[in-house]
Design a binder for this molecule. Structure first.
Ligand code: BT5
Length: 275
């Protein structure tokens, strides 16, 4: 059932961008595309912004906080994009926002308005299946700063369960899903990747021109306005309350039951179960 590999020839036929994905490297298997692209960028300062590395399989795919990203070979999208923004380090979340919005746009373009696609703070791509938000993808940034606190280069890693069969999804804290599990059909990965890279290019150029992606991001955050629990990576609770808003640098603001506001920079968000 596997579709053909996502080689350069196949992607180039679908690609509409000017610079994102125009340098494209495809490997059958590797440890982690983020590690590889970061290494290549460090070794070659001339490697251009927009360079993409995609793997059909990762043996050491990474999530945040030392966690793993697991996907069976050939079924999903596992790739990294090199960018060289020169923005202040505090603005790194704009890249997570732009990547998340690009993933939402590409998936929505493929599956349509229903089931609903959205985002979960800070870096999850979600689909609502039978009223339950499920994780269909994740974003991982690896930033390299220059000497004065600017982002010299950043590797934006994206994993999306495009054609992963439901039975091949990993056991995970946030219930996982894939496009076939959520919609009952499979999709052309080259078309989806090309659409995502096009949205990424547009979003990045707007941000580089000074336009914050935050309002668009807020509009896709499924958890805003909801009662949530925010926890550390080890599961300990940081705070529970109403997810009120975000800041322009991507922090989450939660109002607890006593009315106090908490500004969260890192953690995992889940919806609070009805009591
Ligand atoms: C993420 O981390 O969601 C970021 C994932 C980024 C993966 C891409 S793939 C290309 C690039 N190269 C890399 O090495 N990484 C990037 P986090 O929020 O920490 O979520 C990780 C958690 O998601 C795990 O602990 C599991 O519970 C769950 N998980 C793992 N694989 C999954 C999958 N295929 N689908 C849904 N959930 C998954």
């Amino acid at each position: 059932m596997d579709e053909p590999p996502l080689t350069a020839e196949r992607l180039q036929r679908a690609l509409t961008t000017r610079w994102v994905g125009r340098v494209y490297d495809y490997v059958e298997a590797t440890g982690s595309t983020n590690d590889d692209l970061r290494g290549r960028a460090a070794a070659d300062p001339a490697l251009p912004a927009g360079a993409v590395l995609l793997a059909e399989y990762q043996s050491a795919g990474r999530g945040r906080l030392g966690r793993r990203w697991e996907a069976p070979p050939g079924s999903s999208l596992l790739f990294s994009v090199l960018l060289r923004p020169g923005w202040p380090a505090e603005q790194a979340a704009w890249l997570t926002m732009i990547a998340g919005l690009a993933a939402v746009a590409a998936i929505r373009g493929a599956i349509g308005p229903s089931p609903r696609v959205g985002l979960k703070w800070p870096n999850d791509v979600m689909i609502i299946v039978d009223d339950e938000p499920r994780k269909v993808g994740g974003i991982l940034l690896d930033t390299a700063l220059d000497g004065v606190g600017r982002i010299e280069s950043v590797v934006v890693g994206i994993g999306l369960n495009v054609n992963t069969p439901a039975e091949a999804l990993p056991a995970a804290a946030t219930p996982p899903t894939s496009l076939p599990a959520a919609t009952g059909r499979t999709y052309d990965r080259a078309a989806l990747l090309a659409a995502l890279l096009a949205a990424l290019e547009t979003g990045y150029e707007a941000a580089a021109a000074g336009r914050s992606p935050r309002a668009d991001w807020d509009a896709e955050l499924l958890t805003l306005g909801r009662e949530v629990v925010v926890s550390y990576g080890d599961g300990r609770e940081i705070v529970s309350g109403r997810a009120e808003s975000t800041t322009d640098n991507g922090l989450l603001i939660v109002r607890d039951a006593a009315g106090a506001l908490h500004t969260i920079s890192a953690g995992d968000v889940s919806l609070r179960k009805e009591r």
